[in-house]
Design a protein around this ligand. Sequence first.
Ligand code: ADP
Ligand code: MG
Length: 266
Amino acid sequence: MNLALKVSGLVAGIPSKQILNGLDIEVPFGEVHAIMGPNGSGKSTLCHVLTGNPAYEVTAGSVLLDGTELIGRPVDERARLGLLQSFQYPTEVPGVRLREFVFEVAVAHGLSPEEAEERIEREAARFGMDRFLDRSVNEDLSGGEKKRSEIFQMAVLRPKVALLDEIDSGLDIDAVRQVAEAVEEMRSPEMGTLMITHYSRILRYMTPDRIHVMIDGRIVDSGSRELADELEAGGYEAVRQRLGLVKQTTAEKRPSDFFTETPFDV
Ligand code: ADP
Ligand code: MG
């Protein structure tokens, strides 16, 4: 059986800078994997490259989605083949009800109108989104509710691979727990989930099948619970030291590098 996602030897970046330096990752159907990494390690770049953002160029490697090569295909074709990414910062769409919005997207993805309606009802009940269906998309929702709404939308569309970038950023700890539960709830044998985050705290509330640590554009370590514990206790520095990786001092600091949300985000 094919893997949901198989990334091999991926080298990519922007024209002036190589950001991914030979990245490998495999996500089987039915599993939830987490990529954890410090700011600037290339996590968002990986998402952009997987979804086909034309600002990024691929110089080597392969990205197979259920056995089909994605490199070289346009964004919309990748979505049609079954790769979907949640938005890092969900926007509000005043005047458009969530029900209509999801319906339009689902029909555009090839669902029949009846099928779309039926799935919207079922998944809204499952993710506790019933009361939001007839409100404007994301309007007046808390950060956690917006993320839950996104996961609900993904559950309606049922991609083969769900990419969740920074799923827990900017959320208080209760909202992080709710998002973790929603990611677990979305699990399905027909889908592989790749969630990407800087913070290890979401791992207190869920157990991904595998955790991968990304540093300097590569996956440097993979494991399960014990890796989450190491990250929670010692941060990325502990992993760097264990693997003998030298911290790059030339990295430019960005505004996001100066924010931390919990004492654990070393
Ligand atoms: P992460 O999501 O892990 O914080 P990013 O993928 O956003 O990391 O960024 C990795 C590195 O590549 C950073 O040094 C960042 O500044 C740089 N980078 C990413 N995208 C661009 C871009 N479009 N233009 C310039 N630099 C970029
Ligand atoms: Mg990022």
